[in-house]
Ligand binder design. Structure first.
Ligand SMILES: [Zn+2]
Length: 443
């Protein structure tokens, strides 16, 4: 049995020694990126790795996501094409993932104690990766081999960090008291995947939830764990279909119901929703397609919109207002409308006392540089980790979402986004060390 200080020392040393392995995993995922709900190869590799390292339970398919709570699913043809690419490569896990049932949860049982959830997102983006020699993945031969899809948000790194952390904690399990859940979440982009994991109940017994994102400016000199309010915007993504009635635009225009007019009325009024006093809000209609030809009254219009708010309350206000506008605009022009939820995230997700613990453990026990982040309104984004956190906090649990700061080459989602792979070691050290601290044996 090691002393506690030796456990932390072991974690630091083992994480550092894992660098070549972490780099190899990350590069393999980087070359084979898969967008949300098509992460079949990725999920299969995660499931296989967790099984090989001795995780007590490895959940895939129906056991991970509530089928009907998956948001923003791609078309069936897209899901089937992904299936055709992946099928035959694994007889055990893959068949359970067909039809967009991606994502993996590994569980490590180490006796009585708290339940710690660690969340890693695994999906890629519809971005064409840069192909010039200054971009390291291109120069070193691990650029995305799939046209128009790339890991431009570092989730390849997050996945590698998750697997490294799981491997290390499996090895150190005799020093842990409690349960660890390794949650490999699909479809973070567009905030689509978290809800299905929440609705399956995986967060209901989690006492502490941790998550992180790679980030940092190009010129940055020191890698660090960034901890602070890390406030995120609650958001709701909606698709709206307006249905009207076609008619000859000259002969009998009065016989039609103009879906384009309904949609246009909605667009202008959505952007005129009154501001919310207690918190900043956002609204955007990002896409509108309508009509079939010049001399036909339009009978169908499809719109993609989103609202956001710094608090869940502010976002709820925006969502309710937006739905009312859409419905009223449809009615105004004698049309009907269907509204479907395509993505969702909650507001705030960090507990300040847990943030303090994260800072102390990272700095004092793990020897990592720690940066205390200030609340930065210009940096607000949305992250569906917040939905997992909201469920944990609803029953009295705590959450901390921190940043793995390093010298990234470009902002996230940019075709040139890349990060120094030493940040993988920082990530494993932080996640494994924090879990060890939270599940410390009581003596
Ligand atoms: Zn991301």
């Amino acid at each position: 049995m090691m002393y506690k200080s030796e456990v932390y020392q072991e974690i630091r040393a083992a994480a550092a020694a894992m660098q070549p392995q972490l780099t190899a995993i990350r590069r393999d995922l980087h070359r084979n990126p898969e967008p949300g709900w098509t992460e079949l190869r990725t999920s299969m590799r995660i499931a296989r790795a967790l099984t090989d390292m001795g995780c007590d339970e490895v959940l895939v398919g129906e056991a991970v996501c509530d089928r009907d709570s998956r948001l923003g699913l791609p078309a069936d043809e897209v899901l089937e094409a992904a299936w055709r690419r992946a099928k035959g490569t694994d007889p055990v896990f893959l068949p359970q993932m067909r039809g967009g049932m991606t994502g993996v949860i590994g569980i490590l049982h180490c006796g009585d104690g708290p339940v710690v959830g660690l969340r890693f997102d695994i999906d890629a983006l519809p971005v064409t990766e840069a192909d010039d020699p200054a971009h390291i993945p291109a120069a070193e031969g691990f650029r995305s081999k799939i046209d128009g899809v790339a890991h431009a948000c570092g989730h390849d790194g997050h996945t590698a960090i998750g697997l490294g952390t799981a491997k290390l904690l499996c090895r150190l399990r005799d020093h842990l008291r409690g349960t660890v859940k390794f949650i490999f979440q699909p479809a973070e982009e567009g905030v689509r995947g978290a809800k299905a994991i929440v609705e399956k109940g995986h967060l209901d017994d989690v006492d502490v939830l941790l998550g992180a994102h790679l980030g940092g400016e190009p010129g940055r000199r020191i890698d660090a764990v960034g901890v602070g309010p890390n406030r995120t915007l609650a958001t709701t993504k909606l698709d709206v279909t307006f249905r009207g009635k076609a008619a000859h635009a000259c002969l009998v225009p009065e016989a039609g119901n103009n879906a384009m007019l309904a949609a246009a009325t909605a667009v202008l009024n959505l952007h005129a929703i009154p501001r919310f006093g207690a918190a900043p809000t956002r609204v955007n209609v990002g896409r509108l397609t309508a009509g079939s030809g010049r001399n036909v009254i339009c009978d169908r219009a499809v719109m993609e919109l989103e609202v956001r708010g710094l608090t869940t309350e502010a976002n709820d206000y925006m969502t309710a207002y937006a739905k009312r506008i859409v419905q009223a605009a449809a009615e105004m022009h004698g049309c009907t409308c269907g509204i479907s939820l395509r993505g969702e995230a909650a507001g705030d997700c960090n507990d300040s006392d847990l943030c303090q613990t994260v800072m102390t453990v990272c700095r004092d026990r793990l020897g990592l540089s720690v940066e205390e982040l200030q609340d930065e309104p210009r940096g607000y984004i949305s992250e569906d980790y917040s939905l997992l956190a909201a469920r944990v906090r609803a029953h009295g649990g705590r959450s901390c979402y921190f940043k793995n700061l390093t010298a990234c080459t470009a902002p996230i989602h940019d075709p040139r986004f890349d990060f120094p792979e030493r940040a993988l070691v920082t990530g494993v050290t932080a996640f494994a060390g924090l879990t060890a601290a939270l599940l410390e044996e009581k003596k």
